[in-house]
Design a protein around this ligand. Structure first.
Ligand code: FAD
Length: 483
C-alpha cells in the first residue's frame, strides 16, 4: 500500500530548518510541497515589485534545496482552495499542512481554506513558524492588546522561551508520481523594466544566505550594534529583514542563535536577552501584534483623531520625494538606496518618512505604498507600524512635535558624508561641512566641487524651518481636536 500523502503549502516560510509544517508533512507520509500564486487574494496588499523579485529568487533557491533531498517545488496558480483541492485529488493527499501568516486578508482566506478542507475530509493543520509568540497569546493585565512597546517587550521576556528550532529533515519522502507544475518564469515575478541589477548585486535570497547573514552579524556586528545601528554609512545591522519576511530564517533561530553565541563566549544571559538587537526583533513581534488586533491600520490611523488631518495632495512633490530629488542629501540618498537595492537603513527610513509627512505634509499612506512597491522586505505589519509611528498616529508613536531635521540627522548619523556620497555621487566632491546642506554652501565651494544647484543637484523642495512651523501648526490642530 502507498504511504499517505500530505501537501506542504509553502507561503512565506521558504526554509527547510525550523519549519514545523514541513516536519508535520514528513511525519505524515509522502510530501508534495506547493507554492500557490494567488496575489489577488491578498488585495489590496498583494506583493509589490521589489518583493516579487525576491520571491522569484527565493522560490528558485527553495526548489534547489528540495531537489537535494529528493523532493521538488510544485507551482500552481490560485484560487488557492481550488488549487489545493485539485492537487489533493491528483495526488491522493489526505492532509494539508502550512505555517501561519498574520495579514488580515490572509487570515480570512486561510480560515475559509481550512474549513473547506475539513469539510472535504482533508486534514488541515497550521503552525507558528514566523513569530516568537502568537499574537493572541499576548495581552496586557486588563486582557487588552498592548499599544506601548516597552511593556509589550517586558511581557514577552517573561513568557516561556521559544522552543528550540527544528532541524531540517535529511530526506523528504516523494509521492509515487509528481503532479504537474508551472515553470517559475510563468509567474512573471521579475520586473519587466530594467530594475533588478542593484538588487541582484546587493542580495542573495535563500535560506543559506539568511543563515550566513546571521552568523556574520553575530560574530562581527552584534557587539557594537547599540553604537552602530543608527549609522547608514557602516554595515552595523543584520540586514535580515527580507530573509525574515520570506521566512528564510525564523525568529526562533535568531533567539537561539543569540543564546548559543553568548554561551560560547561565556557572556551573561542579560547580554543577549536584554540586548538592543533582540528588542528590535521584538519590535517586529509588536508590529504583528498590532496588525492582528487592529487590522484596519494599514490604511487608517490607529489614533482616530488623525483621520481628520488635512494632508496635502501634491503629486509633483510626492514624485520629487520618490525619486530622491528633494535637495536634502540624506533624504535623497535613502530614496535612491531603496530604489537601487530594495532596502533602506532604519534610521534613514525614519528620516525620509518624517520628511514626507512632516516637511511635505503628504499622507503617510502614500509613503507606505511607495515602500510597499520598492522594498524587498515590504511587510504589512512592520511597514504599517513604521509609517504610523513616524506620522505620530500609531502605537507608541513619535510625538507630533518630533520633526527630524534632515541636515542635523545627516550630520549626526552620516558624520563623514560617506553614505550621501555613495548614493548622491553628484555631491561626492563636496567637503564634509557642506555635504548635508549644499544649499548653504558658498558659491565658490559649490563651483570647486562641480555642484550647480538646480542643475546637477536640486535646490531644497521646501525650506525646512518654514515646513517645520507649518507642520507644528497642523499637528497642534489635531491635538486640540483630541483634547
Ligand atoms: C517608515 C518605516 C517603514 C518600515 N517598513 C518596514 C518593512 O516594510 N519591513 C521591515 O522588515 N521593516 C520595516 N521597517 C523597520 C526597519 O526599518 C527594518 O526592519 C530594518 O531597517 C531592517 O534592517 P535589518 O534587518 O538590518 O535590521 P536589524 O537592526 O538588524 O534588526 C533585526 C530585525 O528586527 C526587525 N526590526 C528592526 N527594526 C525594526 C523596527 N523599527 N520595526 C519593526 N521591526 C524592526 C526586523 O525584522 C529586522 O530584520 C520600517 C521602518 C520604518 C521607519
Amino acid at each position: 500500500m502507498n504511504a499517505p500523502v500530505a501537501i506542504l503549502w509553502l507561503r512565506q516560510d521558504f526554509r527547510l530548518a525550523d519549519n514545523p509544517a514541513l516536519e508535520a508533512a514528513v511525519n505524515y507520509g509522502a510530501v508534495v510541497p506547493v507554492f500557490i500564486f494567488a496575489p489577488d487574494e491578498e488585495a489590496p496588499w498583494q506583493p509589490g515589485g521589489a518583493a516579487n523579485w525576491w520571491l522569484h529568487q527565493s522560490l528558485r533557491s527553495l526548489d534547489t534545496q528540495l531537489r537535494e533531498l529528493g523532493s521538488r517545488l510544485v507551482i500552481r496558480r490560485g484560487p488557492t482552495l481550488e488549487a489545493l483541492s485539485t492537487l489533493a485529488k491528483e495526488t491522493g493527499a489526505t492532509a494539508v499542512f502550512w505555517n501561519r501568516r498574520y495579514e488580515p486578508a490572509v487570515i480570512a482566506r486561510d480560515a475559509k481554506v481550512k474549513a473547506a478542507l475539513h469539510g472535504d475530509g482533508v486534514k488541515a493543520e497550521s503552525f507558528n513558524a514566523g513569530l516568537l509568540h502568537e499574537p493572541w497569546t499576548i495581552r496586557n493585565q486588563s486582557g487588552k492588546p498592548f499599544q506601548v512597546f516597552t511593556p509589550f517587550w517586558k511581557h514577552c521576556l517573561h513568557e516561556p522561551d521559544p522552543a528550540a528550532p527544528l532541524t531540517a529533515p535529511k530526506k523528504i519522502p516523494a509521492p509515487v508520481k509528481w503532479p504537474k507544475s508551472l515553470a517559475l518564469d510563468e509567474l512573471e515575478l521579475e520586473p519587466k523594466i530594467n530594475w533588478s541589477e542593484g538588487m541582484r548585486a546587493a542580495w542573495q535570497p535563500g535560506e543559506a544566505d539568511a543563515a550566513e547573514n546571521l552568523k556574520k552579524f553575530l560574530t562581527q556586528a552584534f557587539n557594537v550594534y547599540s553604537e552602530q545601528r543608527n549609522r547608514p554609512d557602516v554595515v552595523g545591522t543584520s540586514r535580515l529583514s527580507p530573509h525574515l519576511h520570506f521566512g528564510e530564517i525564523s525568529p526562533r533561530q535568531i533567539w537561539h542563535g543569540l543564546r548559543a553565541m553568548a554561551v560560547k563566549r561565556g557572556l551573561p544571559t542579560a547580554s543577549w536577552r536584554n540586548s538592543q538587537f533582540l528588542a528590535e526583533v521584538c519590535w517586529r513581534e509588536f508590529a504583528h501584534h498590532l496588525l492582528f488586533y487592529f487590522p484596519h491600520t494599514p490604511t487608517e490611523p490607529l489614533r482616530p483623531q488623525f483621520g481628520k488631518f488635512a494632508w496635502r495632495k501634491d503629486a509633483a512633490q510626492l514624485r520629487v520625494w520618490q525619486r530622491g530629488q528633494t535637495g536634502y542629501p540624506i533624504v535623497d540618498a535613502g530614496m535612491r538606496e531603496s530604489w537601487t537595492t530594495g532596502w533602506m537603513h532604519n534610521r534613514v527610513r525614519m528620516i525620509v518618512a518624517s520628511f514626507l509627512v512632516k516637511d511635505l505634509l503628504l499622507p503617510w499612506q502614500d509613503g507606505a505604498r511607495w515602500f510597499w512597491d520598492t522594498l524587498v522586505d515590504a511587510d504589512l505589519a512592520q511597514n504599517t507600524l513604521g509609517w504610523q509611528w513616524t506620522a505620530g498616529c500609531g502605537a507608541d508613536a513619535a510625538p507630533y512635535f518630533r520633526i527630524f531635521n534632515p541636515v542635523s540627522q545627516g550630520e549626526k548619523f552620516d558624520p563623514h558624508g560617506d553614505y550621501v556620497r555613495r548614493w548622491c555621487p553628484e555631491l561626492a566632491n563636496l567637503a564634509g561641512k557642506w555635504i548635508h546642506q549644499p544649499h548653504t554652501a558658498p558659491p565658490e565651494i559649490l563651483r570647486a566641487a562641480g555642484v550647480e544647484l538646480g542643475r546637477t543637484y536640486p535646490k531644497p523642495v521646501v525650506d525646512h524651518a518654514a515646513a517645520r512651523a507649518a507642520a507644528l501648526q497642523a499637528f497642534a490642530r489635531i491635538k486640540s481636536v483630541a483634547s
